[in-house]
Design a protein around this ligand. Structure first.
Ligand code: ATP
Length: 629
């Protein structure tokens, strides 16, 4: 892998470069406060200088200082110092912790628990080969080489082949090395240059293909180089302070927000960029304290964010970057009202002023159309077919009657145990009650299991996830609350004990295995109750080069099966939905009516929002505020 080493050598040897010009399209209006820095502001070090020694820090009137963020004004930037706010150094401004520019030395090391421990740069493996060759063991980038890529939109920036080709900044490059990322994945190759060029992006790429880094890297890099964020200032009443993040990353579940936060903290380690997470089910006081220390990137679930906005503890007026992970989920019926409220009805700068990045593995056309309200002159990127599953996942569909499911699962688990390999198995069920009961039954039968669903409190959910990840309980029974985004190493087998109603949910569920180039196995129990999924399932399997059982093809061929429900693939003439909806002459434009076209809506109660498995602080069951998380 000579090319990999080359890219790392390039990264490692790079001289610290002077701050390059800001490449985003954020408006470059003059930053008035820069000229009137008071004493408090003199202690402020912009993010792009925070990874340098204090002697190297130029005065605030550097190139970054002539740029403004949206909504920035004298009252936003630094007024805390003069207006009864904290004194010098109390709030480091822009999220930098207290103290001088070297204060990141005290930043907890997010790589401390790396498993195995990270060897020093340049270390060699026992066989004498460079360590880089052994990093991310099992990553099979060749699996991604022939992947079809579609981009559309005006003036699409070209992709890159290595991280060294992209000027992300020295500190971020060092963190990429610490993460042991040798080469960008395909979605990163395309998405990072597009985002760095300041363009809005709707990106679709298969599960486990590195989308988190694809949106985090440009955001962190842009914040490091861009104008300083506003410091927390009084404004919330009762002497409370309002935080002004520069970037907002929204995700649909608490666990996914926590995971993105952990990832983003690694990527931004020692860059001076501060990442804070806010999600429901956890005490808000700690989150408020974190926000008061300053925040550049806020990762949040919609419900908790609305709470913080209503308490005036967060303002979105300084947002330069908005990212929606699992964007199709965030814009479907369950979440759309809250997301619109956050993005359109609060104080967030409009599209074209902020930069908006939407990512998911699935992107139904109707959701694309809706998403276009949030974007301006955007680029559509599809890496692999939209909504397809990776060929790295071997999919097996077995015909199992409801009454036989448990014994069938037991057979699978016994067979797995007989191989002697310690693997993690994720079992998806439809209901919260079903999850509890299957968990107990497995435990009674000698298979250590735990469960995660919306009726468990947050502590229990987090404990379950930790216990599963560590292998202490190698079986996790889950509802769809665990279907999206979670990146759990060593999940070798996903079992769809109950199949979902929607093929996209199936794609996300099985995507918990076969990640980052590793292979995985997904087994589904199919019976007459799942007949409406037959056609889309058979199509998906065919497309992923999987063997489709003859009986499933027969089910799929029946005219009464597979054509309805929420299975957009079966909408006819629109297989895979892997196209930019703007290129589809039959699509209705911005502002067109909803509910037509190939929307897989069915009834609203049958849509995502109504699934009983999402409830109780998760997605919300029927009638519950789905995103109050
Ligand atoms: N360039 C890279 N080299 C090696 N590993 C990578 C690289 N980029 C990301 N990864 C790893 O790949 C795994 C999957 O990444 P990530 O969770 O971002 O996938 P995703 O595309 O967001 O998946 P999903 O659609 O399920 O949310 C993670 O463990 C991540 O650390």
């Amino acid at each position: 892998m000579a090319s990999s080493r080359t890219s790392w050598a390039d990264v490692a040897d790079a001289e610290p470069a002077p701050p390059p010009p800001v490449t985003t399209t954020a408006p470059a209006a003059a930053l008035a406060p820069a000229a009137s820095n008071g004493p408090a502001r003199s202690s402020y070090v912009p993010p792009h200088l925070r990874n340098r020694s204090s002697s190297a820090a130029p005065p605030p009137s550097s190139s970054a200082g002539i740029l403004s963020r949206p909504g920035a004004g004298p009252s936003t930037f630094g007024s805390a110092a003069g207006g009864g706010g904290p004194g010098p150094g109390t709030f480091g401004g822009g999220g930098r912790p207290r103290g001088g520019p070297r204060s990141w030395d005290r930043e907890p090391d997010p790589f401390a628990n790396s498993d195995p421990p990270l060897p020093p740069a340049g270390a060699t493996a026992p066989d004498g080969t460079p360590f880089e060759d052994h990093q991310n063991t099992g990553i099979n980038f060749d699996a991604y080489e022939d992947i079809p890529v579609e981009t559309s939109g005006r003036e699409v920036p070209p992709p890159v082949a290595t991280f060294a080709e992209i000027d992300l900044g020295e500190a971020l490059n060092e963190n990429i090395r610490r993460c042991r990322y040798v080469r960008p994945t395909p979605v990163q190759r395309h998405a990072i240059p597009i985002s760095l060029a300041g363009r809005d992006l709707m990106a679709c790429a298969q599960t486990g293909s590195g989308k988190t880094a694809a949106f985090c890297f440009p955001i962190i890099s842009g914040i490091m180089r861009g104008p300083p964020a506003g410091r927390p200032q009084r404004g919330g009443g009762m002497g409370m302070r309002t935080a002004y993040p520069s970037a907002l990353i929204l995700s649909p579940t608490r666990e996914l927000s926590m995971q993105i936060h952990e990832e983003a903290r690694k990527f931004s380690y020692q860059t001076g960029v501060r990442v804070v997470v806010a999600y429901g089910g956890a005490p808000i006081t700690q989150q408020l304290r974190d926000l008061e220390r300053g925040v550049d990137i806020l990762v949040a679930t919609p419900g908790r964010l609305v709470d913080l906005l209503e308490r005036a503890r967060v303002s979105l007026q300084s947002i330069r970057y908005l990212a929606l992970d699992e964007a199709d989920r965030m814009l479907d019926m369950g979440f759309e009202p809250q997301v619109r409220r956050i993005v359109e009805q609060m104080d967030m700068p409009p599209p074209g002023v902020r930069q908006t990045l939407l990512f998911s593995a699935t992107f139904p056309k109707e959701i694309q159309r809706m998403a276009s309200d949030f974007l301006e002159n955007y680029i559509f990127l599809a890496v692999g077919r939209v909504g397809s599953s990776t060929e790295l996942i071997v999919q097996r569909i077995e015909f199992v009657q409801e009454a036989d499911k448990r014994s069938h699962l037991m057979d699978l688990l016994h067979a797995q145990r007989d191989t002697g390999k310690q693997t993690l198995t994720l079992v998806f069920v439809e209901t919260k009650r079903g999850a509890d009961s299957l968990e107990s039954w497995l435990c009674m039968n000698g298979f250590p299991a735990t469960s995660i669903h919306g009726d468990r409190n947050q502590q229990e959910r987090e404990y379950a996830l930790r216990s599963f990840k560590s292998g202490q309980t190698p079986i996790l029974v889950a509802t769809d609350v665990a279907a999206r985004g979670l990146d759990i190493p060593h999940v070798a087998h996903v079992v769809n004990f109950d199949l979902p109603n929607d093929i996209d949910d199936y794609v996300h569920r099985i995507g918990r295995t076969g990640r980052a180039g590793k292979s995985g196995l997904a087994t589904a129990f199919f019976n007459d109750n799942n007949s409406s999924l037959a056609k889309s399932l058979a199509e998906l399997m065919q497309e992923s080069n999987q063997e489709v059982p003859a009986w499933l093809s027969r089910y799929a061929a029946r005219p009464s099966y597979g054509g309805g429900g929420r299975n957009r693939r079966s909408g006819g003439g629109n297989r895979f939905g892997g196209r930019d909806f703007r290129n589809d002459s039959s699509s209705f434009g911005k502002g067109g009516s909803r509910g037509g076209g190939d929307y897989y809506g069915g009834s609203s109660s049958g849509g995502y929002g109504g699934s009983s498995s999402y409830g109780g602080g998760g997605y919300g069951g029927a009638g519950a505020p789905s995103a109050w998380d």
